[in-house]
Design a protein around this ligand. Sequence first.
Ligand SMILES: [Zn+2]
Length: 273
Amino acid sequence: MPELPDVEIARRRLKKTLVGATIRRAHSDDRRVLRPGSPRAFGRALVGRTVRDVGRRGKWLRIVLDDGSRLFSHLGMSGWWVAVEIDSPRRPSERARIDVARKNGRAASIRYLDGRRFGRLIVARDDIEEWGALGPDPFLDGIDRTRLAKSFARRRTAVKSLLMDQEVLAGIGNILATEALWRARIDPRSPSSSLSRSEVGALARAIEATIRQELVARGSADEDAWEDAFSVYGRAGAPCPRCGTTIQRTIVGGRTTAFCRRCQTLSTGARRS
Ligand SMILES: [Zn+2]
């Protein structure tokens, strides 16, 4: 499932192809991905427009056009953008295509692929509500330790569930949360309000380091190599890379979680500083 590093890589690729290019054709007939829009509105909003910018916040992409209107893209569970040759045939999972004339005069085509169709494509005159509701993006904005500590102190939710709340920090999903908590040596089930200031600091550093590491791995390698980069995510039953203890599987907030019982401490508030 795409998280901040994946969506950031998608943004960089789209930016290379799209910025300064003029849209010649825009087509999607997938009403589920386009919800609440329509195929007709999708084409009408995009064709003839020049792309000014490709941005990202959390797991959302925002393509800004020369008339100020925007195309928002959320990759859902399995969405991905690819740049292909203009005459490249339609693939089975292709949900949308946008053909452009680039600044250098060459034609290019980007395709939105999404096998499971949980992704979204929304054209709008202005920013959409989902975009406006997002909390700080740890890669764009950094992590404000004081603000994060305040968000944690207000709730007794498991720290992992709160990390995945897009209004607390935008862009963190199951993978980043699992990896960062392991790196910070915090048990994912710890109530958020029991974390000390130093634990919040360690967690913030762990999130930043995990994002940097995944961006490097994701930007340079194929997907198999990237999977191998995980320390605990998807590795239940394997030895912890730090202490060798078998990695456990549990459920936190309805999501499967891997963690090391030995080197990730369950914070109870007893050590609160
Ligand atoms: Zn361990």
